[in-house]
Design a protein around this ligand. Structure first.
Ligand SMILES: Nc1nc2c(ncn2[C@@H]2O[C@H](COP(=O)(O)OP(=O)(O)OP(=O)(O)O)[C@@H](O)[C@H]2O)c(=O)[nH]1
Ligand SMILES: [Mg+2]
Ligand SMILES: [Zn+2]
Length: 296
């Protein structure tokens, strides 16, 4: 007997598949393994039931994916919510941009959430909002601790399957617990000395929120992100900046890298304030990094 379901998490070689009635603990046994296809959280699949009483089964077929993300590794999400904290840990904007670039490269709509606004004494959250809204991204400045700023975020999530992405310790699991209304994920203190998360979340897991149409996927925090490993080349880089795209037709040279060429539309937009200087400065750093393929 087989049943249809959705993979909600994968741990230690087991996949947990939610069907209409229950959750099966499964091994991957299907022919898809021959094609080197690995089941992902979010995959729709067929489960062969081995032991109904103990909810044991095998994943025997993976259905076609409507989207596939490498980082974080999830299937069938509609959009991504990139989460950083305004402080503790400080958000390196270069890492924010790298995360956004990778999502653009993978063609996934995304928004940015800056959490821990209760720790924001100098108003940096509003500064981040200005930079990223002008780049075209929805930005939510929230405090999970004080439950503020959540209304707009809820509207963004409603009716969609969203994956979160962000460094360790920024409050991804805390925010999901708050949205879910119960402690569905464990959370962990950040290390005070180095102001870094301790990688509390080790696996991705999909939860339904509020209704049958809204899902959110918690993911492990990342500490590094290499653009070239996700297929971003220096030639493709500017296309992953949505605010550069409308300016590029004004560049004099075809194939303009927007670095040292004269009559560059992108550089003109930076000087006129339509493109945030912080975004352009990071673009130059990332471009040089890709050019020499050194660590940046
Ligand atoms: N001050 C403050 N602390 C928060 C807020 N949200 C979360 N935290 C704290 O931040 C720490 C890390 O939270 P987690 O939810 O475990 O972070 P995470 O992003 O899931 O981290 P990983 O699972 O390691 O990737 C915990 O001590 C939380 O209590 C907030 O809005 N304000
Ligand atoms: Mg977590
Ligand atoms: Zn140019």
């Amino acid at each position: 007997m087989t049943e249809k379901g959705k993979i909600i998490k994968g741990i230690g070689g087991f996949y947990y598949v939610k069907t209409a009635e229950r959750v099966y603990e499964c091994k991957a046994r299907g022919v898809f393994r021959k094609d080197n296809k690995k089941p992902l959280v979010g995959d729709d699949c067929a489960v062969e039931v081995i032991d109904g009483e103990n909810c044991a089964g095998n994943v025997v077929e993976l259905f076609e994916r409507k989207s596939e993300l490498i980082r974080p590794a999830v299937a069938n999400v509609d959009q991504a919510l990139v989460i950083f904290a305004v402080a503790s840990p400080q958000p390196p904007l270069n890492l924010v941009d790298r995360m956004l670039i990778i999502l653009e490269q993978q063609g996934l709509p995304c928004a940015l959430c800056f959490n821990k606004s209760d720790l924001d004494e100098s108003g940096v959250g509003e500064n981040f909002r200005r930079i990223y809204e002008s780049a075209g991204y929805p930005v939510f400045v929230v405090s999970t601790k004080e439950k503020t700023g959540l209304g707009e975020l809820r509207r963004f999530l409603e009716g969609k399957t969203t994956t979160v992405a962000g460094p360790s310790g920024v409050g991804k699991s805390s925010l999901i617990n708050l949205l879910a209304g119960s402690e569905v994920m464990a959370t962990g203190e950040i290390s005070e000395k180095i102001e870094r998360g301790k990688h509390t979340t080790r696996h991705s897991e999909l939860f339904s929120l509020w209704d049958d149409e809204t899902f959110i996927c918690d993911t492990p925090g990342f500490s590094s992100l290499e653009l070239y490993m996700c297929g971003v080349t220096k030639e493709l880089l500017w296309k992953c900046y949505p605010e550069f795209v409308p300016e590029e037709p004004l560049c004099r040279f075809a194939g303009c890298a927007h670095i040292s060429e004269p009559d560059c539309g992108v550089k003109k937009a930076v000087s006129e304030g339509r493109i945030a200087a912080a975004r352009y400065e990071n673009y130059k750093l990332l471009y040089e990094g890709l050019k020499s393929r050194k660590k940046y």
